[in-house]
Write a protein that binds this ligand. Structure first.
Ligand code: B12
Ligand code: SF4
Ligand code: SF4
Length: 313
């Protein structure tokens, strides 16, 4: 072995990651079974890309046959503010307040990969953040970072669930961490009870009902006219906001890249209602919000406008 896991972890910490763990590459048949049942029940809605690469997502070796080690990293994006700190009645998920997390994590993971290559010579590595066909929460659990809660996000003991995950998959052996075995949700059901659209069964989400899916991933107009977005115009944080692990252990990140953009903080209802393409392009440059395009965000705003006017009647 030419590089130690300890040195890799030190370097990853230096690059800003709060959580780092290393799992041995392996098949995870129980998780594959859960993925299959989830997809077979159509819980992915119109996210057909999940179906398309099912065999890779469910088995790492179908994606990267030479894989030996999975380095899982977590980056805290909680900036100490919530929806009450925004000027508008519309709600906007805090994961999308700043720069696109894909870029923020990838930049650091490529730096880590290059550093490992310099120290240990020729090796093959893959950097993954969100879009690769991997079950990222499963790898975070296998690398010992935390457990998958009833709201289906991965929770850590020291930061709650306000973390993005990324992976560096390598074709070399390393020293491994133990997987996280506990489930610390206990008898709590706060997330399930608070979800305004009943999208959660225990540990299992119906994406088709989830506001995050509806406002980000769903394309086209909403087929049901009075669909409930609960004032959210991009993403949804409710199941994480109510989680006692977040209330108790969230820690404030001062990373510039995740600080809310001025317009997101400062816009009033009317500013959102009058959003035009130019404003959209300016505000959401290098932001994850580009995923919905202008049309999608406008659709979400209009849908909530409609709901608000219905409520006032
Ligand atoms: C598809 C997707 C979505 C979908 C579906 C969400 C989901 N929970 O699967 C939608 C659009 C709804 C979504 C929303 C959000 N997402 Co998203 N999403 C993903 C993505 C691309 C794939 C997830 C996946 O594979 N889902 C399929 C299911 C089957 O996998 P799973 O949830 O890991 O399954 C486990 C459990 O749910 C459970 N389970 C599932 N089905 C079944 C069935 C049975 C019978 C049993 C017993 C158990 C069980 O066991 C499985 C493991 O064995 C990942 C990135 C990635 N590549 O992994 C990001 C990711 C999960 N998302 C992320 C984020 C931040 C969000 C949002 C918080 C954004 C927001 N604020 O709006 C919300 C959270 C909503 C929620 N409550 O989950 C982060 C989560 C970070 C964390 N701390 O966990 C990820 C990891 C991206 C990243 N790189 O950081 N997302
Ligand atoms: S993100 Fe919102 S809609 Fe989706 S499961 Fe959580 S509370 Fe429900
Ligand atoms: S709210 Fe309760 S049940 Fe839901 S994830 Fe957090 S601890 Fe688990």
């Amino acid at each position: 072995m030419s590089i130690s896991s300890i040195l890799i972890k030190e370097k990853a910490k230096e690059l800003g990651f709060q959580k780092i763990g290393i799992a041995k590459a392996k098949e995870c048949p129980d998780d594959k079974k859960n993925l299959d049942s989830w997809l077979n029940e159509g819980r992915n809605g119109t996210m057909l890309w999940m179906e398309k690469r099912r065999e890779e997502r469910g088995n790492l070796f179908n994606y990267f046959p030479e894989a030996k080690s999975v380095i899982s990293v977590g980056l805290n994006y909680y900036v100490g503010k919530n929806q009450k700190n925004l000027n508008s009645d519309y709600k906007f998920s805090n994961y999308a307040w700043g720069d696109d997390y894909h870029d923020v994590l990838k930049k650091r993971l490529f730096e880590l990969l290059n550093w490992i290559k310099q120290s240990s010579g020729k090796l093959k590595g893959l950097v993954c953040v969100d879009t690769a066909p991997l079950m990222e929460k499963v790898w975070a659990r296998e690398a010992g970072l935390g457990w998958i809660g009833k709201h289906t996000n991965l929770i850590t003991k020291d930061y709650g669930s306000w973390l993005f995950f990324g992976e560096l998959i390598l074709d070399i052996e390393l020293d491994y961490d133990s997987s996280f075995q506990e489930d610390l949700c206990g008898s709590c059901t706060a997330c399930i009870e608070s979800c305004p659209t009943q999208a959660l069964d225990s540990y299992k989400i119906n994406a088709k009902k989830c506001i995050s899916y509806l406002t980000i991933e769903h394309r086209k107009e909403f087929d049901v006219p009075n669909i409930n977005l609960d004032d959210w115009i991009y993403g949804c944080d409710i199941c994480q906001e109510v989680c006692p692990w977040n209330k108790k252990f969230e820690q404030v990140s001062d990373l510039d890249e995740f600080q809310p953009r001025n317009e997101i903080k400062g816009y009033h209802n009317d500013d959102w209602n009058n959003l035009n393409v130019e404003n959209y392009k300016h505000i959401f440059k290098n932001s994850p919000v580009k995923r919905t395009k202008y049309k999608g965000l406008k659709r979400n705003i209009n849908q909530n406008k409609q709901d608000q006017s219905l409520c006032r009647k």
